[in-house]
Structures are given as C-alpha cells and as structure tokens.
Design a protein around this ligand. Structure first.
Ligand SMILES: [Zn+2]
Length: 609
C-alpha cells in the first residue's frame, strides 16, 4: 500500500494517476533529472557517491541507494548484491516520505516501496520479451496502487507503447543523450541530423532554426537545441497518449504506432499473448466505436472476451432451426436495411428459429446479444476480402457454437466468404447446411428462397412458434447469462416476468416489482435492488464490504472481498452487514481488494437491510 500514488483512470494496463508528493504530479509523468525533479536517486553504492537521508527534501520521492546491475545478472547474484546493500538502506528507514526501489528483472523478492524502478530498463529497448516479462513480474508482485518507472527508455516513438504496457513514469534522458549524438527524433522514426535536408517539425525549436543553422553551431549548442526538439516530441506523445486513454481508444492508437518498428510490433503481439495481464483491467464497455483496422485487432481483449463469453456463458434459447446471417455495416444489425429484409422474409416463422450473425472480428453474434458491447459498437474496413487468419478465427467460433448448440435444421442465408465459413464449419462437424442465397443475399430471388425454405420446414415439421413476448424475454435472458454467468437468466428474467417498454428500452418486472432495465446504448442489464437480491444466490459479481453504509461511492479501502471476475464498467452487487447496493465497478475485483485508494464502485442504489 502507498499513500503517495493514486490511479484515477485505467484502460487495460495503461493508467492515469497522480503522484502525491509535495504537490500532485499527474502520471504518465516525464521526469527531467535535476534539482527540480520530484524523484531523486540516492545514488549508486558501486561509486559510493550517495546522498544521506537528511539531504533529500521530505516532499520528494527518493529511490533508495542500490547497486545497479546489468540486464542478465543471475538471480543468485542479484540476491547476494541486494543483501549486501540492506545495511546501507537501513539509514533511510526513519526518513519520512515516499521511496522507490530498483527491481532487477531476475529479482525474486520485491521489497515494499511506493514506486518501483525497472533495473537495466535502458537495455530492454529492442528486447520486448524481457521488458514485458519484467513489467508483469513487478506488477504481479506489488500492490496495484504503486507506480512503475522505466528510466532512460522512453522515446517519442515508443512512449505510447510503454504507457500501454503499464509504465507510469519515464524520463527525457534518452532523447537528450541521443540529441548530443546527432539523432533527431520524430514520433515514427529517428534520423541522423546529417541526413536531413529540412527539419520535418514545427515545434518551438524547429520553427526558429534550420538544418544549415544547426550545422554551423558548436556541437554543444546544436545538441542543446536538438534535445529541446526531441523532448518536445516526447511531451507531445505523452499528451496524445493521455488523450487516447481518456477517449478509450489507446488500443487503436498503439496498433498504428507500433508499425514504425519491429520491436514495438513484437511488444504489442507478445502483450496480446499475455491475455490475462491486459484483460483484468479492460473495461467491459467503452463509449466509443471499436475500430478493428489491423491484424492485431483480432487478438484484442474485447474480441477474445466476447467470443469467450458467447461460448462459455451465453445460452441459446431452445429451437430446432438455426438461421445463419451475414453482418451489416449498420449496428445494431436489426436496424440495417439487409436485416430488415431478412426479417420480412422470415416473417412470423422467425419465432421458430434462432438467429446467429457471422462477423469479423467478433466471430459470431447471437441475435439476442446484438446490442451488447462491442457487437453494436465496432467497425471494420470492408473490402470483400477476408484474410486466412480472419476466416480461420470466425470459422472456429462458429464450430464452437455448433458443437454446443444442436439443431435439426441449419439454414445459411449468406454468400461469398460467409458461405465459405459455413461450409468449412459444416465439413468439420459433418453437418448439413441449407444455403438459401443465390448471389446477393438481398435479391428478391434469394429472399424468396429464404421465405419458402423456412416456412416449408416449420409447416412440414409442425414446429410451434414462440409467443412474441418470449422473444424479448429470450433476449434479456441471453444478456443476463452473458453478463453475470449461466443461471442469471432464470433469476433476473424468470418465466413469470413481464417485459415493459418498446424495443430496446426493455424493463423486466415480476410480482409487480422491477428487476432490471436494459441500457440500449451499452447492451447492459442494469439490475434494481430487487434484481440484485434475486442474483445473490448465483454468487457472481459481488463485493463484500465492512460494517458501514456507503454513500454515492464505495472506496477501495472499504472493500473486504470481491469477485475476481469483476472488470471496470461491470454491474456489481455490494453486500454488507447492514446494506445491499447496486452500482458500476470502477476497477477490477482483485484490484479493489488490494488497493488502499480510489473509487471502487459508483453506487446507484443502496438499501439498509
Ligand atoms: Zn521540432
């Protein structure tokens, strides 16, 4: 725990926060080493030029003296050297104020600190695996509300990725050193100053000089000016990253940013393989469109999470007929022109079937989940061409669905790549699929075949049609299971429930009491206190608090225990000795248990029990 750092906003591993020292320093923070820096290194014990505790202002954070080691120092050496400096560090124990500890990649035990410094970080440029493993090692073994500093590593090119990785503090050391080596930095590349004909920048420094002017200067003078430019670009990158964290689209930004260098692209891909690290802090809803513009988009948390929950939590309503449909550019699908035509073609027989929409990058979207984030909130570049990775991913999602949901008749009203996907899934599982489109899925002929095929099956087999009211109930049950886990559908939308309000502003009532309402913007079910009571037996998405009655916000120190599956933006149930509450999580379940600061839940309603 620390009282010197607070996280105010999270987006996957990236965070906005503040260092609470003599004044508040917003993070991500770029340090400029010097006497005004809020963070001071007490010194290297190798050189024995260390500060004494009374030389450091108590309002500053001090990185305790240590013996910096090379990147590949072996764990036993790291331990031996760390043990040898313990005595020196004892002098610092009585000092009031915040402390930082340098952590070697191989360091097995991480001592307490308010901020952790990645040892030998400079040597991790171009070593994405080592950087990622070290950051995850430190994060997994330290409280979530401590800050992480990567010294002498940030450049305008890599800063957004470092922030996305979860680093809170960097410095301007590298842009400054490189400037004196004649390196001119831009957000997407580094140039030798001698290779430039013009300065491709209009910052304060570059507006007032030229390549010719710089060449005529002394090396010292030139280095100072280029350092000014390099640091300007670093500061600008930080501002852009902060804006993207606030806007909820840092992921889209880093998918573009990483293209400038193979090691940054490798870093992003390796991070995606560490799904748990990114997933635990990724919100379940964003207010902005999710753009899937690159091949890495297939691996982003939102895509994997949606597919995972469709497979493991969602339960399809009972039906004998499955209708597979292509996605539409307009969302939710059912308001698009093509889906309106499909609906008209299936008519009342629609009530005898389940509909599943095939799409990239989400895989498959059951009709009941079409409003759920990100099914109604994504956009992709449409060219008509699907690459092999996309085809294989979407086919896999369809195969998984067809393995767990059995139908007597599968109809696919699709063409092009969608048809290839259906055929491939059918071959894999040995299933028969009836294709109803000849060419365009919206042609009169195709729609006519769709209509006659479905009405023929319903008539010949004598399949019953669902009640109209059951269609809405099925949708809400599907969302409840997707959101809270299997079993939630029966509890929050029982068979005896009635659904009020027109699509999609549904409200669920039972015994004249409202249990939940559907937020059409997010596709989220918002339980009332009565709904929360009914969900209690499921045991999921619950937060246990101390014996007190919280107000509008539940702060992390008040949390005793929480479901580890809770993610930021999730609807949660707060349970105390005297109270039951409902609200929206502001941080993950594990983080709210381990944090000593910050708002854990925005409470909507609280009742004393
Ligand atoms: Zn410039």
């Amino acid at each position: 725990m620390t009282k010197y750092f607070e996280v105010t906003r999270r987006d996957a591993a990236a965070r906005l926060g503040k260092l609470l020292l003599d004044t508040h320093y917003p993070t991500p923070l770029i340090l400029h080493p010097g006497k005004d820096s809020p963070i001071v290194f007490a010194g290297s014990l190798w050189a024995r030029n260390i500060l004494s505790p009374d030389e450091v202002d108590p309002g500053k954070l001090v990185i305790l003296p240590g013996k910096p080691m090379p990147l590949h120092a072996r764990p036993e050496i790291v331990k031996e050297i760390n043990d040898s400096v313990k005595q020196e560090r004892n002098h610092w124990e009585k000092r009031a104020g915040a402390t930082g500890q340098i952590i070697q990649p191989a360091c097995p035990d991480i001592p307490h600190a308010d901020m952790y410094v990645i040892g030998a970080a400079r040597q991790m440029e171009n070593n994405p695996r080592m950087l990622l493993d070290t950051v995850i090692h430190i994060k997994n073994n330290t409280p979530p509300d401590t800050a992480l500093y990567a010294p002498a590593l940030a450049t305008p090119e890599n800063l957004a990725l470092l922030i996305y990785l979860g680093i809170d503090i960097v410095d301007d050391i590298l842009p400054t050193i490189k400037a004196y080596d004649g390196i001119y930095m831009m957000p997407d590349a580094e140039y030798r100053l001698s290779d430039l004909q013009v300065l491709p920048c209009s910052c304060r420094v570059c507006s007032n000089t030229s390549v010719e002017d710089l060449q005529e200067m002394s090396a010292q003078e030139r280095g100072k000016l280029v350092a000014g430019h390099n640091v300007n670009r670093l500061l600008e990158e930080k501002q852009i990253a902060v804006q993207h964290i606030r806007g909820g689209n840092l992921r889209e930004y880093v998918e573009g940013k990483c293209r400038s260098s193979p090691w940054l692209t490798a870093l992003l891909r390796l991070m995606d393989q560490e799904h748990v690290y990114l997933e635990q802090h990724t919100p379940t809803y964003r207010s902005v469109t999710m753009y899937a513009n690159t091949s890495e988009s297939l691996d982003r948390v939102e895509v994997k999470r949606f597919a995972g929950r469709v497979h493991s939590q969602y339960q399809a309503p009972a039906a004998n007929i499955l209708l597979l449909l292509p996605c539409s550019a307009r969302k939710p699908y059912s308001i698009s022109n093509s889906h309106q035509l499909f609906n008209r073609a299936t008519g009342r027989n629609r009530r005898a079937l389940n509909e599943v929409i095939i799409t990239s990058p989400l895989g498959i979207v059951p009709r009941e989940l079409e409003l759920v984030y990100p099914a109604a909130h994504y956009d992709i570049p449409v060219t008509g061409h699907w690459d092999l990775e996309e085809l294989s991913w979407v086919t896999g999602c369809l195969v998984d669905y067809l393995k767990t949901n059995k139908y007597s008749h599968i109809i696919a009203h699709v063409d092009g790549a969608y048809r290839d996907i259906c055929q491939s899934a059918a071959e894999t599982l040995g299933l028969d699929i009836i294709f109803t489109a000849q060419g365009s899925v919206t042609s009169a002929r195709s729609l006519g075949t769709l209509r006659s095929t479905i009405s023929g099956i319903v008539r010949d087999e004598g399949y019953a049609l669902r009640k109209t009211t059951d269609m809405a109930k099925n949708m809400l049950k599907g969302i409840a299971n997707y959101q809270f886990g299997r079993g939630a559908g029966w509890l929050l939308v029982p068979d005896s429930a009635s659904i009020k309000a027109p699509f999609p502003k549904y409200q669920v009532y039972d015994d004249k009491m409202q249990l939940a309402s559907l937020n059409p913007r997010t596709g989220t079910l918002i339980p009332t206190l009565e709904g929360a009571k009914r969900l209690l037996e499921l045991g999921t998405y619950q937060i246990r608090i101390d014996d007190f009655v919280p107000g509008g916000s539940l702060l992390a120190p008040g949390v005793v225990d929480a479901d580890v599956n809770i993610r930021p933006s999730d609807q949660v149930i707060v349970v105390g000795e005297q109270v039951l509450g409902v609200g929206r999580a502001m941080m993950g379940g594990a983080e709210m248990v381990r944090s000593t600061r910050g708002n854990a839940v925005d409470l909507r309603k609280v009742m004393e029990i």
